[in-house]
Design a protein around this ligand. Sequence first.
Ligand SMILES: Cc1cc2nc3c(=O)[nH]c(=O)nc-3n(C[C@H](O)[C@H](O)[C@H](O)COP(=O)(O)OP(=O)(O)OC[C@H]3O[C@@H](n4cnc5c(N)ncnc54)[C@H](O)[C@@H]3O)c2cc1C
Length: 529
Amino acid sequence: MSDAPRAAEELTPQSWQADDIVIVGGGLAGLFCALKLAPRRVTVITASPIGMGASSVWAQGGVAAAMAEEDSAEAHVADTVKAGAGIVDQRIAEMMAREAPDRIRDLLHYGVPFDRDSAGKLLLSREAAHSARRIVRVKGDTAGAEIMAALIKAVRATPSIRLVEGLQLDELLTEGRYVTGIRVRTTEGRPIDVSARAVVLASGGAGGLYAVTTNPLGARAIGMAVAARAGAVIADAEFVQFHPTALDVGKDPAPLATEALRGDGATLINKKGERFMLALDPAAELAPRDIVARGVFAEIQAGRGAFLDARKIEKFSDRFPTVFASCKAANIDPAHQPIPISPAAHYFMGGVLTDANGRTSLDGLWAAGEAASTGAHGANRLASNSLLEAIVFAARIANDIAAVMPEKRTAKALEMPPARDAYSPELNVGEQRLRQLMAAEVGVIRTGSGLARALNEIAAIEKGAQSKALRDMATSTLMIAAAAYARTESRGAHFRSDFPQPDPAQAKRSYFTLDEARAVVSRAAAKAA
Ligand SMILES: Cc1cc2nc3c(=O)[nH]c(=O)nc-3n(C[C@H](O)[C@H](O)[C@H](O)COP(=O)(O)OP(=O)(O)OC[C@H]3O[C@@H](n4cnc5c(N)ncnc54)[C@H](O)[C@@H]3O)c2cc1C
């Protein structure tokens, strides 16, 4: 399929007057923020029909919160800071850990059926790199689906929330530094301008920019691209977390085999049956995610293959129903066969820079969830901290908007287009090329020369893009590759084989505007010439 211009993109935009608050994204961050704003009117716009196209629905592990008697917010912060490899914003992490139990109580109030013990107390599980049992889960590996089902029900029962599905964010409308609304596109390509006094970006992560990912295909950091084009500061874009154990069964996106399997004793082996992680880290399969991802990647690159051996796990289908279903669909019986795996782009620590109240560097624009970079995760996210970050900061945004805009404005009802998924599974040539480029040169192991090559090609694709979808993808990839080129060290999820050690002088977060990222592209081109 070619990247042909769409005639509809030339159409004059239709104008909508929305309520004073528009949230882009109907995942956990977007819906939680809308519920917290109730009874204030708010419009939630999503590209995919609600309940689809959101990573939140696919979350398998759970939400981290220090709620056990022997646990504390301080211990949760210490684990978060350790995982973040020297650049976590301590103040933000403290806020997140402290507010976690209250946000879990909010989820219970919205009807989330978290697992409980026989005495009715919340059941808390342990996950790798957490020093205590602090993960609230639902029925094995179905936390995301159950949380989202409860929130969708609550949202549908809340009259103040208007859901508009099947519209894709294209641009931020601005007047000077002030964001005055958004331009969206229908599935037919018709542009619509939606005016708003407050815009909340909750449009999710960046995994879909990579050829191998566990994220929905629409997770292409479009929020970051449009914000960057409007002049917003983007933080930590080089930090993409790769999950070490996505199922390598020819599916796009790749199904995930949760970390909890390794926590329960599953091991990683190569074709010869050797446990290769034993030689790489004292914690072997339970080493930090980035170390395991690099171990798996290296084994595959060396032609030895990588497999998750879960044959000793008892009651697999009951305890891990989602993973079992994915194996079954690929004709793999995990009770008798090792499961082929590959690292996959999984979580984006970077995004639109926000402060403690979710405010971005542009007036009138907030960002929450994976679209935002709060600094809570540093260079590497601790498992189960992302759903937590989404709800903690979505709630803070709701409070902040209420504080800065106490007077309300309500518009008349919008004319709803039919709900359809805005993302076609069919990718055009340019989109496919970008995803391959990201996996090959901006992936698990990076080099300066590979990143320079990637930047050169991304810049050309961005310049020649004839559709907004491709241009947005190119802008997102450019922000990530430029930040990765500029960080000449290895830290957390960012690994440069030409600079394999951390450099204490670079132990700080990164901040780029689009113009600054473009300057990195020019620098890389000049060096390569
Ligand atoms: C397989 C998997 C398992 C995970 N397990 C866990 C876990 O156990 N614990 C944990 O803490 N985290 C987990 N994560 C990470 C976590 O799920 C995400 O970080 C979190 O759900 C992000 O929520 P969000 O609301 O920011 O984005 P999402 O839930 O991805 O929602 C994004 C929304 O934005 C919309 N959107 C996207 N682009 C556009 C656009 N251009 N225009 C309009 N709308 C748009 C989408 O349609 C969607 O409604 C997992 C992730 C995956 C993929």
